[in-house]
Design a protein around this ligand. Structure first.
Ligand SMILES: [Zn+2]
Length: 289
């Protein structure tokens, strides 16, 4: 009898009542509509919470569409909620590629090139070549003296700069030589952390992201913080992650020096509330509209 009571109590403990998630407020959707535009113009970018959320299903999404919903209300919705019918087309799911690490006992610097496009336009090969050339030739690449430099993978996502890396499931297609060929895709950002975790030897290897600007990664400091935090949960310490940006701006023909910051340095900047501006506000807000 006592045993039965205990079992029942355990069952009640295990039974989790699931309340519907609260509809994300304007700030969580991350993207403005005509009705909320003034709010987004006023709020500082570094106060926006991470990610982007569909205003109907509340799921995090990398691309939200503006849709006129019931009562003429304009909302930002994911593709599924936007569509009136479910599509029976091919799956958007993506398999992570298997990458064979080099056979060496030397410490490695794993170099990744994450590239994000909010428009979903084709990425020019010129950009990719520039990134590769920069990573191979810049004399101040991190851990150049101590680690073997290994160019691992190019990742390409079609997603908003406001979205989290883990929500960025849409991939950018690779340039095709032959139109008859089935399209090939770069790996989307979502596979970045699992991919790193599968090839990195924690405590031995380092990670370096080579970007033209940090906007290739994200335009929100909260997203960057979340990424570094998730990497820590994977066992990758913030000091072992490097961000190298060669920049894209020139003023009076002077090219800016490339910037190198570790994840730890970025977190410190953010903690001390040094205004870490990933982009000028005006520029960043383009992504919100
Ligand atoms: Zn949705």
């Amino acid at each position: 009898m006592i045993l039965k009571k205990q079992l029942m109590l355990t069952a009640y403990d295990d039974y989790e009542v699931r309340y519907p998630k609260r509809l994300p407020g304007v700030i969580n959707s991350g993207a403005s509509t005509i009705a909320t535009e003034s709010f987004f113009r006023e709020i500082p970018m570094n106060e926006l919470p991470f990610g982007q959320f569909c205003q109907i299903c509340h799921e995090g999404n990398c691309r939200l569409y503006a849709v006129t919903y019931k009562n003429g209300k304009l909302l930002r919705l994911c593709k599924t909620c936007k569509n009136e019918k479910l599509s029976c087309g091919r799956s958007e799911s993506f398999n992570m590629e298997f990458i064979m690490p080099p056979k060496t006992s030397s410490p490695l610097n794993l170099i990744f090139f994450p590239m994000r496009s909010s428009t979903g336009d084709e990425v020019s090969m010129e950009n990719i070549r520039t990134l590769y050339a920069f990573a191979r030739t810049w004399s101040n690449m991190p851990h150049l003296e101590t680690h073997v430099q290994w160019i691992v993978e190019f990742l390409g996502s079609h997603s908003s700069g406001l979205a989290l890396h883990s929500d960025s499931v849409w991939a950018i297609s690779k340039p095709s030589m032959d139109d008859e060929d089935p399209k090939e895709y770069f790996q989307p950002m979502r596979t970045l952390l699992p991919q790193i975790r599968s090839v990195m030897r924690i405590g031995i290897d380092k990670i370096t992201f080579v970007l033209s600007t940090i906007a290739s990664f994200t335009v929100k400091t909260s997203n960057l913080e979340k990424f570094i935090d998730e990497a820590s949960q994977f066992g990758i310490p913030p000091e072992d992650i490097n961000f190298v940006m060669y920049g894209s701006s020139t003023v009076s023909d002077v090219i800016f020096d490339p910037v190198h910051k570790t994840g730890k340095e970025l977190l410190k900047d953010m903690k001390e509330q040094i205004k870490v501006k990933l982009m000028p506000d005006d520029e960043a807000k383009k992504y919100a509209f």
